[in-house]
Design a binder for this molecule. Structure first.
Ligand code: GLU
Length: 503
């Protein structure tokens, strides 16, 4: 009988609530989540909130809300509990104290009383000598009595871990064999006191106690891994497997930062990116499916994702790609759904109020809104763009730029003539439907050119001034679509307004 039992896959993300959910953290969450799904494991959310000064509950909430918005679900976490809780570090202090005391008791860690001023001076001196700066061991061998005395006198101290000189080797699941020389590190500070652990220590205890099998995290943590492995060794903890995923880089290959674009998930949400697009985009930030395929739903990713297709090289953030993917998902949705999603943007731009009324009091029906979306869906790269593209549907009166109304060589008088011509044609149409409007206006455009001696095939002489009269924009949907949505009365009104502006 085979008694070998496969270890259960348990992965986690451990964000610090010191800011809004960062795209890098969200991508780590996604990769961990996908790895767990693919391997029928568990995905855990743990909040690393031991930095009391910088942590804030509002950021914990932002992280939770952001992940939920993306559709990334966790099996255990601070909001839902689980068998390995609590899932906030500030609630796990007892565990840290226990292991800190163990290390101190076994003389694997010690109290250090060096002041930051002394440390800085030593550091400078080492650097001047050309040596790698590391702790020089001043407090490494203080007698028990001295330590006791210093502590009872209330001298400020920290806890340092004895970092033996050793070559640490591990096989990173993405980067392959990695070797570090711990001799270069010096004795690291692992806690401010027995109740206040620092990151490298707390993470080791948590990953052990939560039985984390794989640590999948950003490459920026790679230098922490040997430190954590030394701590695991000192505490006789079995180390998890490690996979360091590539950094997200700005297009100039610098570290992705606010300078290049937004880094927080809530910003992308507010700009009108859809969660499924952000998920799809983030998956491709480092994971390469090995085909040309670019569109992946979360459930497809759950089946197809694998760590061995995660690249080593930095993942360049390309906003055009996100726009393209987002446009795809917008087009996939029904007009009704997109209208619903665009509504908040129209409202916050002040184009309609909570009762779907525009400034003059007219109500924009659901059907009308859907028609607007139908005319613009193909151009939308993000929902917020609806405001810029379609604002003229929600205004009583437009402001015209006289030069924009003209087409080609036309002067103002000729433009008025063209608008009058359209007005006449349109006022005679009773069956106000896009198809009929198109038929009549296309025919009229040719006739108009022949009558006025314009080049026959260039319909702009009739249709351009009309379209700008209806939209006040150089680029918009076709005049037929717009007229259909505006209705006969408003269409004729706008033509007259434009004529007035030109007169
Ligand atoms: N709190 C760390 C961070 O947010 C966690 C790193 C880790 O996954 O070990 O970067």
């Amino acid at each position: 009988m085979n008694i070998w039992k496969k270890e259960k896959i348990r992965v986690r993300i451990a964000p610090s609530p010191t800011g809004a959910l960062h795209i890098g953290t969200a991508r780590s969450a996604l990769f961990n989540y996908l790895f767990a799904k693919k391997n029928k494991g568990s995905f855990i959310l743990r909040i690393e909130d031991t930095d009391l000064e910088r942590s804030d509950l509002k950021w914990t909430q932002d992280i939770i809300d952001g992940l939920k918005w993306l559709g990334i679900e966790w099996d255990e976490g601070p909001d839902i509990g689980g068998a390995f809780g609590p899932y906030k570090q500030t609630q796990r202090i007892e565990s840290y104290t226990k292991y800190l005391e163990k290390l101190l008791g076994e003389d694997k860690a010690y109290f250090c009383f060096c002041s930051s001023k002394d440390l800085e001076e030593k550091r400078q001196e080492q650097m001047t000598r050309g040596a790698a700066p590391k702790y020089d061991g001043t407090c490494a061998h203080l007698s028990k009595e001295t330590v006791k005395k210093n502590i009872s006198e209330g001298r400020p101290s920290v806890i340092r871990f004895r970092m033996h000189e050793k070559k640490i080797k591990f096989k990173d699941l993405i980067r392959g064999e990695i070797e570090f020389d711990t001799g270069l590190m010096g004795d690291i500070v692992i806690a401010k006191d027995t109740k206040t652990p620092l990151y490298n220590f707390a993470v080791v205890v948590d990953d052990y106690e939560m039985q984390i099998s794989h640590v999948i995290r950003g490459e920026d943590h790679i230098a922490n891994t040997p430190k954590q492995m030394m701590l695991q060794d000192a505490l006789s903890f079995k180390p998890p497997a490690y996979a360091h995923i590539p950094l997200i880089l700005a297009p100039d290959r610098s570290k992705m930062s606010k300078r290049y674009g937004s880094v927080s998930i809530s910003d992308y949400k507010n700009m009108g990116y859809l969660p499924e697009a952000v998920i799809n985009f983030m998956a491709l930030l480092g994971w390469n499916p090995g085909t040309e395929k670019e569109i992946f739903s979360l459930s497809q990713l759950e089946k197809e994702f694998s760590l061995d297709k995660v690249q080593k090289a930095g993942a360049v953030f390309n906003i055009q790609r996100l726009d393209f993917i987002n446009g795809y998902y917008i087009r996939e949705k029904s007009d009704k759904k997109v209208a619903e999603l665009c509504l908040p943007y129209l409202m916050s731009a002040g184009l309609i109020d909570g009762n779907r009324k525009i400034k003059g009091g007219e109500e924009v029906s659901e059907k009308k809104l859907e028609k607007i979306i139908q005319a613009y869906k193909a151009r939308l790269k993000k929902l917020s763009e609806i405001v810029e593209l379609a604002d003229f549907f929600f205004k009583e009166k437009l402001e015209y730029n006289m030069n924009k109304l003209k087409w080609g060589t036309m002067d103002y008088a000729q433009t008025i003539e063209s608008l009058n011509y359209s007005e006449k044609i349109l006022s005679e149409i009773d069956n106000w439907e896009q198809k009929i409007l198109e038929e009549k206006l296309m025919g009229a455009a040719t006739k108009f050119n022949l009558e006025k001696g314009y080049p026959e095939k260039n319909r702009g002489y009739l249709l351009w001034p009309l379209r700008v009269a209806l939209s006040a924009k150089e680029a918009s949907a076709s005049p037929f679509e717009i007229a259909d949505i505006l209705g006969k009365e408003k269409t004729l009104q706008r033509i007259n307004d434009a004529i007035e502006a030109l007169a």
